[in-house]
Ligand binder design. Structure first.
Ligand SMILES: Nc1nc2c(ncn2[C@@H]2O[C@H](COP(=O)(O)OP(=O)(O)OP(=O)(O)O)[C@@H](O)[C@H]2O)c(=O)[nH]1
Ligand SMILES: [Mg+2]
Length: 289
């Protein structure tokens, strides 16, 4: 990732948005029993936010691995084990189809039992579990909420930063949800994490250099999912073949060529990124526990 790319993003952060969002989340959390952190199943570590630990000091947390339809299933399952071993409840979902939502609701009810007991001891009967969704941009917070609510209560979009307003919704006879997800800042301090976030489109598109990001993604894919790259683009990758050469091979296959025969680097880079983000390359995970 270029320095240039980082600076633009950090510049946007400095402009008060981050501090304001964090203050708002801390304020909202006073009403909340259970925090749900949405992570991208393809890269749970890269898509978590270190502030959540601080938010969860006196609260229960459930980790949701969203977009699990796009991730390597075995790896997602090992992530669930990883969190469970650390005594953190974790479940996987596909918010866009609703798969895993029932299991999530069961998990909330299970986690709420102890909390409800305390409320009852204090004489507060029948209090609903109050839940809030947290997550960095583009992990699927809005889609998850809409899936829970079984209707479109919040806008979902493929660009980071779509969600703006706030409402409360009842999603079950026992559960109430703050429909405005807490927008967390992605962590960009580690360049490997920042690169994963760029692959996943959790960093604003105009803050990154697509050609460099696509190059790094292709490198990762060739190293870890070579067969899927060959299958998708109908190419044969030679032992020790340079990433640039593989990219150009794909570009020629796909007709991403400029007049004069030069490779259309922008076009092929966008294509590789889009193919990964939409699952056209198959189920791919970026991190293992
Ligand atoms: N394949 C797949 N796509 C998903 C899933 N959940 C969400 N998406 C897509 O991911 C993109 C981002 O989803 P949003 O719900 O807008 O994400 P968000 O976290 O609310 O994003 P911001 O509000 O911008 O922070 C959209 O194009 C969704 O359709 C999922 O489980 N699987
Ligand atoms: Mg949203």
């Amino acid at each position: 990732m270029t320095q240039k790319g980082f600076k633009k993003w950090q510049f946007r952060g400095i402009h008060g948005h981050m501090a304001k969002t964090k203050k708002q989340i801390i304020e909202d959390l006073k009403l909340i029993d259970i925090i749900v952190e949405i992570l991208d199943a393809r890269a749970p570590k890269s898509t978590e936010n270190p502030d959540v630990r601080e938010y969860c000091k006196n609260k229960k947390k459930i980790v949701v691995l969203n977009k699990s339809d796009l991730a390597d299933e075995n790896i997602s399952n090992s992530w669930i084990k990883y969190y469970n071993n650390k005594n953190i409840s974790c479940t996987k979902v596909e918010s866009n189809t609703g798969k895993g939502i029932k299991e999530f609701i069961s998990l909330v009810k299970k986690e709420y039992k102890d909390i409800e007991e305390k409320y009852i001891q204090k004489g507060r009967m029948g209090r609903l579990a109050k839940v809030m969704i947290l997550g960095i941009p583009n992990v699927g917070k809005s889609t998850f909420i809409n899936s829970l609510a079984k209707r479109n209560v919040v806008k979902a979009g493929n660009k980071p930063g779509v969600t703006k307003e706030k409402q409360w919704i009842k999603i079950d006879e026992k559960i109430e949800l703050m429909d405005t997800p807490g927008m967390l800042w992605p962590k960009l301090s580690d360049s490997n994490v920042a690169m994963n976030l760029a692959f996943l489109n959790s960093i604003g598109e105009n803050a990154i250099d697509n050609e460099e990001v696509a190059y790094n993604l292709l490198k990762y894919l060739v190293e870890n999912y070579k067969g899927k790259v060959e299958l998708r683009y109908d190419i044969k990758i030679e032992e020790d073949e340079e990433i640039i050469d593989i990219r150009d091979k794909i570009a020629r296959k796909k007709g991403a060529i400029l007049s004069g025969g030069r490779i259309n680097e922008q076009k092929i880079s966008d294509m590789i990124l889009t193919d990964f983000r939409t699952g056209k390359l198959g189920r791919i995970s970026l991190e293992r526990p």
